[in-house]
Design a protein around this ligand. Structure first.
Ligand code: AMP
Length: 193
């Protein structure tokens, strides 16, 4: 199985590049953000709870995230692999996830981290806000999402590096160029497996 984590701050292009990757390598896209947005639309219990955090630009509590992951992955056994987008975002989630995937004998293969300068993150999210109907794509909330990323998610880089699975990619380019950089890493992994 090919299990790829796409890592990076809000606005780095994780969603866009995840869609490119799943198309090329025939994988399943697994975005916790998308799952929460669907739950919000359905007005489910989880959706109503998650919305309180999402609308403030805060992280949804680990317990809720971890339950969503276990439930959704176990229902999709017949796949060549997954692209995980926006997960894990805390050390607790990362530790849970490694344990979970190792027990299924489907460990994480690669962590691909899209690196983008901070000012560019604001430009991209504010640009996206024109078309997205995301309640968290506005300046005040974006500021908090980036602050939360730095405090709670960025420390995971050290965790991934220690596992020798961490591949930083320069994300300061157009979508195709960044995708090319990503496929180089994935193809290299597949060839040397
Ligand atoms: P995203 O679409 O990945 O930018 O996620 C949108 C929002 O959903 C985030 O700002 C968080 O509030 C919430 N969220 C998504 N994934 C997670 C996660 N793994 N842990 C906690 N909160 C999350």
């Amino acid at each position: 199985m090919l299990n790829i984590l796409i890592f990076g701050p809000p606005g780095s292009g994780k969603g866009t590049q995840s869609l490119n990757i799943i198309k090329k390598y025939n994988l399943i896209h697994f975005s916790t953000g998308n799952i929460f947005r669907e739950e919000i639309k359905k007005q489910s219990k989880v959706g109503i709870l998650a919305k309180k955090y999402i609308d403030k630009g805060c992280l949804v509590p680990d317990k809720i995230v971890v339950d969503i992951i276990s439930k959704n992955i176990n229902s999709k056994n017949e796949t060549k692999g997954f692209v995980f987008d926006g997960f894990p975002r805390t050390l607790r989630q990362a530790e849970f996830f490694d344990d979970f995937m190792n027990k299924r004998n489907t460990p994480v293969s690669l962590v691909i981290s899209i690196e983008v300068e901070e000012q560019e993150l604001y430009n991209r999210i504010l640009h996206r806000a024109k078309d997205s109907d995301r309640s968290d794509d506005n300046l005040k909330i974006i500021k908090n999402r980036i602050k939360v990323y730095k405090k709670q998610t960025e420390p995971l880089i050290k965790y991934f590096k220690a596992q020798d699975k961490y591949w930083p990619i320069n994300g300061m380019a157009d979508i195709d160029t960044v995708f090319n950089r990503i496929t180089n890493v994935i193809d290299n992994y597949i060839e040397n497996k």
